[in-house]
Design a binder for this molecule. Sequence first.
Ligand code: HEM
Length: 535
Amino acid sequence: PAAAEVNELIGNGGELHQQTSDPAHWLTTNQGLPIADDQNSLKAGDRGPTLLEDFHLREKITHFDHERIPERVVHARGYGAHGYFQAYEGNDELTKAAFLCDSKVKTPVFCRFSTVAGSEGSVDTPRDVRGFAVKFYTSQGNYDLVGNNIPVFFIQDAIKFPDLIHAVKPEPDRAFPQAASAHDTFWDFVSLTPESTHMLMWAMSDRAIPRSLRMMEGFGVHTFRLINAKGKATLVKFHWRPKLGTFSLIWDEAVAIAGADADFHRRDLWDAIQGGDFPEWELSVQAFDEKQAAKFDFDVLDPTKLIPEEIVPLRPLGKMVLNRMPDNFFAETEQVAFCPANLVPGIDLSEDPLLQGRLFSYLDTQLSRLGSANFQEIPINAAKCPWQNMQRDGHMRMRVDPSRTSYEPNSLDMAAPREAGAAGFESFAVPTEGTKLRQRPESFADHYTQAHLFYKSMTETEQRHIVAAFAFELGKCKEVKVRTRMLGRLEHVDPELAKSVADKLGMPGQADKIDPAVPTNFKVKPSPALSQYRD
Ligand code: HEM
């Protein structure tokens, strides 16, 4: 409403009352009752105790008492923006997903960037992985691409995720530090987890201290499938490339900024978008088929591996522009709920055992974080196309479904929703058979080749930053046995790297001799394509 005329009065106790005679601006209770006085509670006598009868006081304080919801168990600190995605032409060869096929449509998106380890109130520039989650509000339902700014991950199997995060988060007895990597439990866990080696190289590189959210790449990490209208599947890895280029801070800058402006990345995104300088990313895929995949030196279902781009180049699909900040941080950025299981026809999963576990985790955690099975009705989560099904009731149900029936098949309500058949989402028919067992395939066993190639593809300056990061972070780890174990792992990545880190730690020659029979593919040359991941 237009601005109201406000009269200012001083009350008996000298308190200021701002009042208006314009009903459109009246302050009301949640029931719509106009409030006469919002400065004073109801008391027995001039200086008497407050009365329980004061329903206005109770309503106001009760609502305040319940303002907080649990922060996300990981990725708690984040910042988001609205925008749109527009596809390029020619994607229908790969996928039937409507939003990727129609180049005239601008699909609304909401994108949330995050750190992983810190709490909601932590700083923007720690050494950490960054989340890069995009919700596409498509005409066929919401599609979520829930990625990170690093193309690989610490672990290969979802069953290790709680262990990883418990090791990364502050130690339970002291509740510090917030940094992702500067403590005993983190180094203890990763030094005992060889599969984390490749990701550690990225985490200790400049990639883990981005200059700006606008200057970060994003990756789907896992292999996914695109399905075209003829039912043909293509395996893909998703990549977001920022138009501004990929830039990092150096460590001393990151530390100084953390002290001077804990909200550095938030402010940067806010200022850019409010100033009309809209950040843009290109979405691409590396597309390949099962036959090609079978020839790689690694398994495409292993999320600790990337596919070098000289083997499978990027194929652009479209662009995303972020052009509007949320109207309300809590309602939108805090309440948005991403889930890798939010798919549309034309995009399907793979059997990556990390991805398979994620499919369960997000909806499960959101039930407690958002407090109700009906959180998909919150405007930021609601599909922007029609959605209807037989689910009903539950806490905070907003919908009023008029039908007599909430089951199917039914013959009492011929207007009720029905299956879409082949027009709906059908899981791609992946041939599967085998023995039920709890073990990893041998094709997941090489934990060092890509870590080595990554290090070798760095410039001398970047290598120096990696050595300094390992030495600094391991220097915060007080357990000598953990440090020597970690140095032993680094020997498998690159003996020079291990030696430089050991020297900086004042521990020359103290690396443990571990895993003598470690499998590697070092015969593979450092990939020039990997150098594209340099800043
Ligand atoms: C957030 C679980 C691996 C990217 C979350 C949340 C959980 C979770 C419980 C909080 C969600 C919420 O409260 O709304 C897991 C599990 C994983 C896993 C169990 C492995 C088994 C990954 C990987 C990536 C990733 C590999 C990147 C490819 C993200 C992002 C968010 C997130 C970006 C934040 C989403 C947002 O901005 O709200 N994850 N995660 N996670 N995860 Fe994962």
